[in-house]
Design a protein around this ligand. Structure first.
Ligand code: NAI
Ligand code: MG
Length: 357
């Protein structure tokens, strides 16, 4: 029996709904496979915790999470708590504290799901976006001075280090190399941002020499939005800074049909700490409690988690089950269906049970 310990942090809004669905699917995989066991421990951190304790998680939160093999995360965000508090209080301290520097966001059009792009079906859009997850514009450098006065100033400093850029480039080239097309696009803005982004380009060229079999090109981030929209077939693996990839991956999610299907993995490639797996979407107050949250992103990120844990067979089984269900058009309203979270979850569990391969 192979055993894995998983910390779940459902947190806010639809987070608890989709993580509950994810746990059901993991339990079904356990039963179907027979030789894998997931020991799940739940943490009630998030905005409710904040309202009671004034913090999003206890001060020894990271210490408590350290011993787990992986973290399965819902979403943070509440209408009555400022977004920078929820984000910097829980999700970012975990990403930064555990040095999960590679944020990996696969996007493809699943069977049965319609892209808002005309003439773009399964196979036409199959990307993995690698987002630098430890520095850039989200490193927390900057400050405010002269608060409230007319001369008040706020700075947000983008940090790029040779170590940080080199390791994310190497991760992205390696990932591109592992995919059939061996094709990498490096997103940049080195025309306007002439320090950090020029170094980013230089390091990309240096690291590229280690990967002679990978074809790579460079795109300015603004032009990249155009290419993603008009020539999705021309892209495969993509690497971008923390901010650029944050924005591009929301676009990618929308082009693939809905934010509700887009997953993400916050990876510590060196495996010093647990990695964290989550849907890209937020807490979605507008549909919280209605039972219609799309659980597909949360299932897909569970497949990423299984992959990371070395359970490639379980991961592939889960994705096949998800694709069978979307292909049968058992879909939640965000992707044009009428099914509930529970109906989609049950269908995926049935597909896992009934599949012979
Ligand atoms: P959101 O991702 O929560 O929702 C955007 C739109 O997509 C909404 O109309 C929502 O109903 C829909 N949507 C999202 N996930 C869905 C799903 N699984 N199924 C069906 N529809 C889905 O983004 P929004 O509205 O900008 O932010 C809401 C809160 O979430 C904010 O407090 C924000 O800060 C937070 N947030 C947290 C993130 C995280 O925890 N990683 C990421 C993005 C936002
Ligand atoms: Mg985002």
């Amino acid at each position: 029996m192979r055993e894995y310990s998983i910390a779940t942090i459902p947190a806010d809004g639809i987070g608890p709904e989709v993580i509950a669905a994810g746990r059901t699917v993991l339990a079904t995989l356990e039963k179907r496979l027979g030789d894998v066991k997931f020991t799940v421990e739940n943490f009630d951190w998030g905005s409710d915790y904040y309202r009671k304790h004034g913090v999003m998680m206890p001060s020894d939160g990271l210490e408590q999470l350290k011993k787990f093999d992986a973290i399965y995360f819902g979403a943070v965000g509440a209408p009555d708590v400022p977004d920078h508090i929820t984000l910097w209080g829980l999700r970012l301290p975990i990403c930064q504290g555990f040095d999960q520097y590679a944020n990996v966001r696969p996007t493809k059009i699943l069977p049965g799901i319609t892209s808002p792009l005309r003439n773009c079906g399964p196979g036409d859009l199959d990307w993995v976006i690698v987002r630098e997850n430890s520095e850039g514009e989200y490193s927390g450098h900057g400050g405010r001075a002269h608060r409230g006065l007319p001369e008040e100033v706020g700075t947000e400093v983008a940090i790029f280090t040779r170590v940080g850029v080199t390791r994310i480039m190497r991760y992205a080239f390696k990932l591109a190399q592992s995919r059939p097309r061996k094709l990498l696009t490096v997103v940049t803005k080195s025309n306007a941002q002439r320090h950090g982004m020029v170094m980013w380009d230089e390091i990309a060229a240096e690291v590229a020499e280690e990967f002679p079999d990978v074809t790579w090109d460079k795109m300015l981030v603004d032009a990249m939005t155009v290419r993603m929209t008009l020539k999705p077939q021309s892209l495969d693996t993509i690497v971008a800074t923390n901010l650029h990839a944050d924005i591009l991956s929301d676009l990618a999610g929308a082009l693939a049909g809905s934010l509700g299907v887009a997953p993400t993995a916050n990876i510590d490639p060196e495996r010093r700490f647990p990695s964290m797996f989550e849907p890209i979407h937020g807490s979605a107050f507008d549909i919280t409690g209605k039972g219609i949250a799309n659980p597909v992103a949360t299932f897909w990120t569970a497949a990423q988690m299984l992959d990371h844990l070395g359970e490639q067979d379980a991961s592939a089984r889960l994705m096949r089950a998800v694709e069978r269900v979307t292909g049968a058009r058992i879909l939640t309203p965000d992707v044009g269906g009428t099914a509930t979270t529970r109906e989609v979850t049950e269908a995926v569990c049935d597909a896992i049970h009934s599949s012979n391969v």
